[in-house]
Design a protein around this ligand. Sequence first.
Ligand code: SF4
Ligand code: SF4
Length: 338
Amino acid sequence: MSKLNDNAYNQTLSKDKPKLKLWTSMGLLLTYKCPAECAFCYYKCGPAKNGLISIPAAINAWQGLIAIAGKSAKIHITGGEPFLYWEHLAQLLEIAAKQKLGDVDMIETNGYWADNKSDIIEKLKFLDSHNVKKLKISYDPFHAEFIDYHKVKLLYETARQVLGTQRVLVRWQEYLEKDLSVKDLPENEKAALFANSLKNHPCRFTGRAAEKFAQVPANKEVEEIAKLTCQNAYLSAKGIHIDPYGNVFSGVCSGIIIGNINEKPLEEIWRDFNPTKREFLSVLCAKGPAGLLEKAIKDGYKKSRLYLGKCQLCTALRQFFFDNGKFRQIIGPKDCYV
Ligand code: SF4
Ligand code: SF4
């Protein structure tokens, strides 16, 4: 297990300064491919997206997290839609079980595959016997635009029978009460439903959400956003995500690559990580995304008067830099920007 002082940034600090935390939680994005294309997806997943993390890379990442966090290591498997690659997922779980890597805290799914009860039971029993503790079903008006309500309901009820009620989570439970027929709603009703859902369950305006909801009344001026830096977001993130290509994202900052496990083991990425010394990240840490505006405007970015917040400004600027081929080492991969 790593110690705080093993990290390059922490070694430069006096005792009283906030340290980079140990990464203890990891989301493995099996793929960017997904049968849905939810308007708020932080990773812009969808049917045209690709990527599938190799089993050795996933196992390396898992071992790397254990090397950093020891017994506190907590992993979940997500996507994209992990059940699109059931055989691959099953093989990963089998190898992890053989290597005694410990529990998978949770697997997330949108339930698109759940149309046959005996198939559902078989898959859930497999997960149960391969150290998966919880199933998390993503369902809300955004998912309901693509995924059939009856499949989600069948998965939910079957999972509660097979795994027990405590091991089945739904995000968000209230939408399971009845079929909202979102697919068939006229656009204005759909928009109202989405807006209401965002009000009740605020989301981060990153990824596709930053574009799709730009019409939600933006109310923050750049001067206000300029007071917010991202240093704390990086230092206090206990969680990371690993994408299908091995890219490492800190916390919830999708599309900002801080390392790649195919180039360096995860424990070394954590050990060497000093956000205040890296191109692009150092500006985010010192000044927040507003600190990148000057360069963007010089390169042709058209500034809006208002934004939905810090992360939407950050996403808009990253999109601009990506489209103009800037900061390619850190702004990527393509799947998060096209
Ligand atoms: S939010 Fe989940 S279900 Fe929706 S597109 Fe993204 S990965 Fe797929
Ligand atoms: S503004 Fe950007 S770097 Fe800062 S927390 Fe939001 S997404 Fe992450």
